[in-house]
Write a protein that binds this ligand. Sequence first.
Ligand code: HEM
Length: 415
Amino acid sequence: MPRSTELLASALIALAALSAVPAALAQAPAQQGQSAATQPAKPVVDDPAPGQQPGGIQGQNIFDVKPEVKRDASNDPGYMDQTNGQRNAVQPGNNAPMWRDVQRGMAGYSSLPRSQAPEAGVLIQAPVQYPGSRMTTAGEAWRQVRNNWLIPYGGALILISIVALLIFWFARGPIGHNEAVGGGGRRIERFTPFERAAHWTNAIAFVVLGISGIVMAFGKFFLLPIIGGTLFGYFTYLLKNLHNFFGPLFAVSLLIVIITFIKDEFPRKGDMGWLAKAGGVFSKSGEEPPTHRFNAGEKVVFWIAVVLLGIVTVGSGLVLDKLIPSMDYLRSTMQQAHMVHAVAAILMICLIGFHIYLGTVGVRGAYRAMREGYVDEAWAREHHAYWHEDIQAGKIPAQRSTQQGAPLTEPVRTA
Ligand code: HEM
């Protein structure tokens, strides 16, 4: 072979050897994966990115991944028990075992400290079955309860309550007589300034919470189509912040309302008779059975809506606001608190809606009593006969607060 031909041949061999290196490197991950299942780990062959030195983080080019390297891999006994490494050895790129673990709530690595995020590293919560949901991952189970139960049935209950009140209004009209409101008799202090302040603070907070809650839960059905996405977004954002702010105010004022009124809310003579006759609202004479300061209907609303549902709504709301100290705020905590909060709040809206109806247009003179504090003694006789008797007998003072709002002789204005 002439010298020049010899040189050309050696150059070609060297070139061929060089060009074989990338191919060898490209096959390395697959070989490495195959061996992982069967042999002890071999030294890793690096696959540096173009222009990079070997070493550091190992990548895998998606175009190099050959799915179904072993076509019958899924027939292997123990296929379902494979670890992610074993699965990748037979089916490179198949990460099903890893995602199955993630779905089971397995913790992985996260840069968040546990002190800030107790569930750091847990991407998906473990499966659970909430009442009304299927057995599935907790986030999805909560979503099912919210979307399949709370929203449709809660919304329906609120609408049914509104329709029931409308029917009651048209069928029965306002309870009580105008003459009793402005009878020109002695003025009796029904609510002291402190009682009214506590009541109205609580009532205003409740209305803000009720409206913002209803828009947050149901607004996308009745408001979004009218005002459009942008306005609805800003509006709901504002309401959400108002909701968070008024929650604690409602909590404090609710406690004060409970403490203020509880002494007159215990069962007393006349309550059973009042309940048996449904307050006389369906009787021909329209006469109310005698009661003490509050009737049995008010007492039922007090114990169920104000005390029971109020405490549950406030308690779960404080959890949602993360205001309870030294509590672990996990996602499951928030989901459960949300479901409890929504149920209690919807029931409370329906019952307090009934209270608001009776306190405004439903009973003549009731709203004025809570606004001004005074009722005519004819009103007291008509609606709370035993309470009136006690005032007549001097057992209860007609004027309880020291602040004299108006001379006791001044008649209440006619409605
Ligand atoms: C706009 C909303 C509200 C209005 C218009 C309203 C109106 C009234 C009126 C007129 C009374 C006097 C009834 C009477 O003389 O027997 C009253 C009493 C009372 N209200 Fe309200 N209220 C509202 C919201 C609330 C809320 C949110 C709560 C508590 C969660 C509440 C708790 C009470 C309590 C405890 C009483 C004492 C008598 C009873 O137990 O029913 N109110 N309210």
